[in-house]
Design a protein around this ligand. Structure first.
Ligand SMILES: Cc1ncc(COP(=O)(O)O)c(C=O)c1O
Length: 343
């Protein structure tokens, strides 16, 4: 990658937050028992309990794909099906890992904004009890969605009620759960446990950590023996203390929330500044830290010479610009200037 000014491609391209780096350095003293049997991990688990209540089971893993796949693998059998949106990371961006490791069918529902609704799922319930069809067992929703959109707490509750009606589990891919909570201005607990989520993939990496993700079970029965699934899924990290220390930093003094609020605010600022520029059309409501927009291929090409970002949908020249905890107002100003020049 050459001479890049700034990336607006993904919050994955942001650095690790300095408080997280400090926490890693502080944990880097002497020996600690490996695989999570250490004081740093105990402390980080406690931090999760402060957010989600005592009645949870939490396990640390190192990738979001690993969190999703191992959690879903654990709660399904191979003849089950997982319902998700056709925009789900699970379906589009996990290189077939769900198919390979979970072994389940993914039943993808069409969605423009990454959200799915109970009325779309109802027809799939006809398969229940019919031995020729994969049996729907889990609904997996992404909060915030791959399109930067957010389910309201009531929308999640509605999906959860539907799941209960048919004895399905509700999984949430929360790779950007912090951005969603900041956007809705609700607690993490309200949006997950109290809304009926059974198991959550909790994302730390996009929020300022380095390879720190977690699987949080609210349905404790489902957590039974997950530790074996985690190991089989190659997600049990030997030097766990360095992952745990990162969570302790993010979940202290609301750092997770500040980071998410800032990233969201920068996306809102970008959207505001480009909203009346002719030649750019914002395609999704900006609710978290992503701006999706359509512009001419020529302008995209020019802008890409200065900034790194992804084409989202080449068929309609739609790009994704993403902000992170480290995006500054000046970064936005410069980007908007470069955009105007490119147009
Ligand atoms: C919605 C969503 N889920 C999960 C992930 C986790 O991916 P990874 O395995 O790269 O950590 C991502 C990363 O981009 C994501 O956007």
């Amino acid at each position: 990658m050459k001479n890049m000014i700034k990336s607006f491609a993904s919050d994955n391209n942001a650095p690790v937050h300095e408080s997280v780096i400090r926490a890693i350095a502080e944990a880097n003293q002497g020996d600690a028992i490996g695989y999570g049997d250490d004081v740093h991990t105990l402390k980080a688990e406690q931090k999760f309990r402060e957010q989600f209540g005592k009645d949870i089971a939490v396990y640390f893993v190192c990738t979001g794909t690993g969190a999703n796949v191992s959690a879903l693998d654990h709660i399904t059998r191979s003849y089950h099906a997982v319902i998700c949106s056709n925009k789900a990371h699970l379906h589009q961006d996990e290189c077939g890992a769900p198919e390979k490791y979970i072994g389940c069918k993914l039943l993808r529902l069409p969605s423009e904004d990454g959200k799915i609704k109970p009325e779309q799922m109802r027809p799939l319930m006809h398969s229940l009890g019919f031995p020729h069809h994969a049996q729907p067992k889990v609904i997996s929703i992404t909060q915030a969605t791959e399109l930067g959109r957010v389910y309201s707490v009531e929308e999640i509750r509605e999906i959860s009620r539907f799941a209960n009606e048919y004895d399905l589990y509700l999984h949430m891919d929360g790779a950007r759960i912090a951005n969603a909570a900041a956007s809705l201005n609700v607690s993490l607990e309200e949006m997950t446990k109290f809304a009926g989520v059974d198991v959550l993939s909790f994302g730390g990496t996009k929020n300022g950590a380095m390879a720190a993700e977690a699987v949080v079970f609210f349905n404790q029965d489902l957590a039974q023996e997950y530790e074996y699934t985690r190991k089989q899924s190659m997600q049990l990290i030997s030097k766990m203390r360095y992952i745990s220390a990162q969570f302790s930093a993010l979940l202290s003094n609301d750092l997770w929330l500040q980071n998410a609020r800032h990233a969201n605010a920068m996306a809102a600022l970008l959207a505001d500044k480009i909203s009346d520029i002719s030649g750019v059309e914002i395609t999704q409501k900006v609710e978290t830290n992503a701006v999706f927009a359509m512009l001419s291929p020529k302008a995209i090409e020019k802008l890409k010479r200065k900034y790194f970002f992804y084409m989202w949908d080449a068929t309609r020249n739609e790009v994704r610009w993403m902000t992170a905890f480290n995006t500054t107002e000046e970064d936005i100003e410069n980007f908007v200037d470069a955009l105007k020049e490119a147009l």
